[in-house]
Design a protein around this ligand. Structure first.
Ligand code: CDP
Length: 223
């Protein structure tokens, strides 16, 4: 017998610093849904490798994958638990950011994490944000948004979010480098799904973005 789903799936994809996670979290709250920030799973896996001193370079791909097979990853209210340890406070560092795009470009890594993401969202009633939600993780999502903003605005937003912990120039280079990496990788690249709605948030407040997405979601839910 088919299980009753808790609601629709909303996929929010887009480049770094577009505001996906905060928007996704608010949309979920307004709809009474759960939110899954898939970026923190890739960050958590990267942190796990750094802690174990695993060299993150091409020649070492097999060891990276072997190590990750020993990793038990759980998400509880978007806190990321790795082998039962809450790693949430440690995943938004420069060091993690330096390696995360390389780690997430490995097909073996994506296989493990995409499967986990699908399991988590299986019952519906979820807003997921990431790079490949609409294309790979939940290609049947009922609502897909590709959220972007101009590069300079994304840099400024990230600067404000980090409250001065990183300089503008560092953030500019880091976002550019990660976006290029994410767009050009073969496995689960950053790209809009064919049926995604493009939303440029450059001149919108977060509240306006949230309201638009909630309105679209309600239209889908009611029909
Ligand atoms: O918050 P920000 O947009 O800077 O990054 P994030 O969403 O936390 O994701 C960190 C990194 O994880 C990205 O730069 C991607 O390399 C990777 N990622 C991915 O490959 N696929 C996803 N679904 C989510 C994140």
């Amino acid at each position: 017998m088919e299980q009753k789903r808790k609601g629709i799936i909303i996929a929010i994809d887009g480049p770094a610093g577009a505001g996906k996670s905060s928007v996704a979290s608010e949309v979920a709250q307004k709809l009474g849904y759960s939110h899954l920030d898939t970026g923190s799973m890739y960050r958590g896996a990267t942190y796990f490798l750094i802690k174990r001193n695993i060299p993150m370079e091409k020649e070492n791909e097999n060891q990276v994958l072997d190590e990750l097979k020993k990793m038990k990853i759980d998400m509880i209210d978007n806190r990321i638990l790795i082998n039962e340890e809450d790693t949430t406070p440690f995943i938004r560092t420069k060091e993690v950011e330096k390696f995360v795009s390389w780690v997430s470009s490995l097909p073996g890594v994506r296989k493990i994490l995409v499967q986990k993401q699908r399991e988590i969202a299986r019952e519906g009633g979820f807003v997921l944000d990431g790079r490949d939600i609409g294309t790979q993780v939940c290609p049947d999502a009922e609502l897909k948004i590709f959220l972007s903003a101009s590069p300079e605005i994304r840099v400024k937003r990230r600067y404000l979010q980090l409250k001065g912990k990183a300089e503008l120039d560092f953030i500019r280079k880091d976002l550019k480098r990660r976006d290029e990496y994410d767009k050009n990788r073969k496995a689960g690249p950053l790209q809009p799904a064919e049926d995604a709605i493009f939303l440029d948030s450059s001149h919108l407040t977060r509240k306006q973005v949230v309201e638009k997405i909630v309105r679209w979601a309600q239209e889908v839910i009611e029909n």
